[in-house]
Design a binder for this molecule. Structure first.
Ligand code: ADP
Ligand code: MG
Ligand code: ZN
Length: 733
């Protein structure tokens, strides 16, 4: 390949999409398309298939015709392209006649190189004649598996493509799909008459997805635990029935989350609005039947949950694939109960075609295997799709992460069970945790639970971990939870026996934090400033609403995270950010820059240099820990933001004051904008300490502490030093 062409393509990518490099296979595919060869592209969801036909459309003459199955998807894609300054259009039944005519006129004039259509359009009268005039130079068939009955999303309209292929046999064709089974691939080739198409098959591994299976009892509590963590949103929660989606959405709303149901039984208008709200980040959880998703191309979905057993691995993989298209860590959770098999059996029994019926049974068996697996879930999925995994363990599924990760829970089990018993088996998990952690709460005092010997007896676990251990005790039948309005805990027979006989208990270790960042893909986590990120998100939502487009059309999460990491304050620096094309710089640059500038001014932040090569240079371990939203640092930060005293915070958090001071120091040194002036020691204390630091010329604590001859505590000296370091009154070594 000529070197200039290579450079040109990369320049094109940067200019129009704001990306610095091609992803694996993309460039090769683009080259092949430009050589006018047919291609069959089989790559997982999120791997960037669209670019494989969008880039050629930009650098060759003639029209690229894109067949795409759903109307909603089409609009988002076209919006996304236009926001990048790429001329694109779509034709579908949502448009009025005159709108359609206007689009056709544009196409005939040759000013628009990309046209998206739905497959049913191919059968419309006069459409083929229109194409004949349009000078089509590439046919791109997205979601090509829809043509196969063996796939799980067969769409009869896709069969119209055969006619199109016969009418224009010499136009190069690129078929793209994320369905990897060889049978479906062969069928696509046959149906589309592409026997000689060059195959591009990439690994189906999605390293940024974490796979988890939980037992189905307690599923709602677990779900809440997951969704309460802001960085696990937005989320899609798949349910079995339409009714389930509606009830679950209600329950989630009652818990203060923004949730909406989505299923095929809702009218088109409601469905469209729901999708739009999700795309524009106005609602953070969608509870859905599998009808939801085909039309959704939201790149920043952080969690996909299945409340019930999916029919087959293909569907499951596709649905979980909707998480983390942007490559950032995301979670896939399945709530599993063997009993769910029978619900699916019912449908299989109704099937008329015995061949398809036996296929369905086999597929369901595999799904059951997945749920009951004792070994790596990722490897199971990959080998299902015919891949031979390179490693035995993946470090990104519950099985690999929990290997041997149990702990001797005898002590904590005794404490929990006796707290439940001593409080009369009349309270829920939240109260039990408060008692064990010794929380200073009115409710506890009013029941005299602060008098119990178990009050404040737990130091080694925090609230969230305790909740997990309680969930484990429920899963393992030591505890029982009342159903209904008051989910009070009581002991089972097994629980009573355990407490009387002081049985040894082994439980699964609670996660240090339930977030995926703990699992070795840390390099993907930018140590971004969460407060600025939130401000940028608000601006993104406003612009998306004004323009009537999906939020990611403006900028993806990854772009915002980079902005909140590098604080670009000049257009040249802003242009370096991931996803900032020339057009976006021009259109949105000023508004985003204004926010970053004023944030930086208030918090005294400097622009940070972006390293040219890996956009995701591994952050220093220490920093990412500090900045991760659910870390212990963040809890301290929140309390500081509430202007609580050190003594108060230490008591609330059950930590030493010195530890809190250390947190503050780390937060400030990591550049976290935090108002700590109210903690400043009074001048009579501050000044002599400051003077001593200066005369000792350095930041080391011990010499200053000694020189002050014990007049001030170590903590006070350290606290004073934070101000000196922050205000650059002493230099860091
Ligand atoms: P697919 O169709 O394979 O599911 P998409 O084409 O929708 O994937 O792309 C998924 C995401 O990856 C999009 O947000 C897209 O902007 C992004 N992307 C694609 N190619 C690149 C690239 N070369 N560099 C960075 N991001 C990319
Ligand atoms: Mg796609
Ligand atoms: Zn694994």
């Amino acid at each position: 390949m000529p070197i200039e062409m290579q450079q040109d393509l990369t320049a094109l990518l940067e200019k129009h999409f704001g990306f610095r490099t091609f992803r694996p296979l993309q460039e090769e595919i683009v080259q092949t398309v430009l050589r006018k060869e047919h291609c069959l592209v089989v790559m997982p969801t999120g791997s960037g298939k669209s670019l494989c036909f969008q880039v050629p459309a930009l650098c060759q003459s003639g029209l690229t015709l894109v067949i795409s199955p759903l109307i909603a998807l089409m609009k988002d894609q076209v919006d996304g392209l236009r926001a990048n300054g790429v001329q694109a259009a779509f034709l579908n039944s949502s448009q009025s006649m005159s709108e359609q005519e206007a689009v056709k006129a544009e196409i005939r004039s040759g000013s628009v190189p990309l046209l998206y259509i739905a497959p049913e359009r191919l059968a419309a009268a006069g459409f083929r004649e229109f194409l004949a005039e349009a000078n089509v130079s590439l046919l791109a068939i997205d979601e090509a598996h829809c043509i196969s009955e063996w796939g799980h999303e067969f769409r009869p309209d896709y069969r119209n493509l055969r006619g199109l292929r016969s009418a224009f046999p010499s136009i190069p064709c690129i078929a793209l799909t994320a369905t990897a089974t060889p049978k479906v691939q062969a069928d696509i080739r046959e149906q589309l008459m592409l026997p000689e198409a060059r195959l591009f098959l990439s690994s189906f591994n999605r390293p940024n997805l974490l796979y988890h299976v939980y037992p189905k009892n307690q599923s709602f509590e677990r779900l809440l635990l997951i969704l309460r963590s802001p960085q696990r949103l937005p989320a899609i929660v798949y349910c079995f029935s339409r009714r389930d989606t509606e009830m679950l959405a209600e329950d989630l709303k009652a818990e203060g989350l923004t949730a909406l149901p989505y299923h095929a039984g809702l009218d088109a208008q409601t469905r469209r609005e729901t999708q739009e709200k999700f795309m524009r980040d106005q609602v953070s959880v969608i509870t859905a039947t599998i009808a939801f998703g085909m039309g959704i191309d939201k790149p920043d979905v952080r969690t996909v949950v299945h409340m019930d057993l999916p029919k087959n691995i293909e569907g499951y993989y596709q649905e979980t694939g909707r998480a983390g298209r942007d490559g950032l860590p995301s979670d896939c959770v399945l709530f599993f109960s063997y009993g769910d098999k029978f619900k699916q059996d019912y449908f299989i029994d109704q099937m008329e075609n015995p061949d398809l019926q036996s296929v369905a049974r086999g597929q369901l068996e595999k799904m059951l295997d997945y749920g009951q697996l004792r070994t790596c879930r990722r490897n199971f999925l990959l080998s299902y799709f015919g891949e031979r995994p390179a490693e035995k363990t993946c470090n990104g599924c519950d099985r690999c992460l929990q290997r041997g990760e149990t702990f001797d829970a005898t002590e904590i089990t005794q404490k929990i069970l006796s707290a439940v018993l001593r409080t009369g088996e009349r309270f829920g998990a939240a109260h039990i945790c408060d008692v064990l952690l010794g929380k200073n709460k009115e409710r506890i005092r009013s029941f005299h639970h602060d008098q119990l010997s178990v009050f404040g007896s737990v130091q080694e676990f925090d609230d969230r971990q305790l909740r997990e251990i309680i969930a484990e005790l429920l899963d393992n039948d030591f505890l029982l939870k009342a159903s209904g309005q008051y989910p009070t805990l009581s002991l089972t027979e097994k629980g009573r026996k355990a407490i009387i006989e002081r049985q040894k208990v082994e439980l699964r270790k609670p996660e240090v934090t339930p977030h995926v960042a703990e699992r070795g893909v840390e390099q993907n986590e930018l140590p971004y400033d969460a407060a600025l990120f939130e401000e940028l998100r608000v601006l993104r939502r406003q612009i998306a609403e004004q323009q009537g487009v999906a939020a990611f059309v403006i900028f993806g999460d990854r772009s915002l995270r980079e902005m909140a990491t590098f604080f670009p304050q000049r257009p040249e620096a802003f242009a370096q950010i991931y996803g900032v094309s020339d057009r976006k710089l021009e259109q949105f640059g000023q508004r985003f820059l204004a926010i970053i500038q004023s944030f930086a001014a208030v918090h005294n932040l400097q622009e940070r240099a972006m390293s040219a090569s890996p956009p995701y240079a591994a952050p220093r371990q220490r920093k990412s820990k500090i900045l991760r939203q659910d870390s212990t640092y963040q809890e301290t930060r929140t309390l500081i933001e509430c202007k609580r005293s050190l003594t108060d915070i230490a008591r609330e958090r059950n930590l030493k004051e010195g530890t809190i001071i250390q947190h503050i120091e780390e937060l400030i040194m990591a550049g976290m904008p935090l108002d700590i002036d109210y903690l400043r020691p009074e001048a009579a204390i501050f000044d002599p300490i400051a003077a001593m630091f200066r005369s000792c010329s350095g930041e080391a604590l011990a010499p200053v502490f000694q020189a002050l001859e014990g007049k001030y505590t170590y903590d006070t000296v350290r606290l004073t030093r934070i101000f000196l370091l922050r205000d650059r009154d002493i230099t860091q070594i």
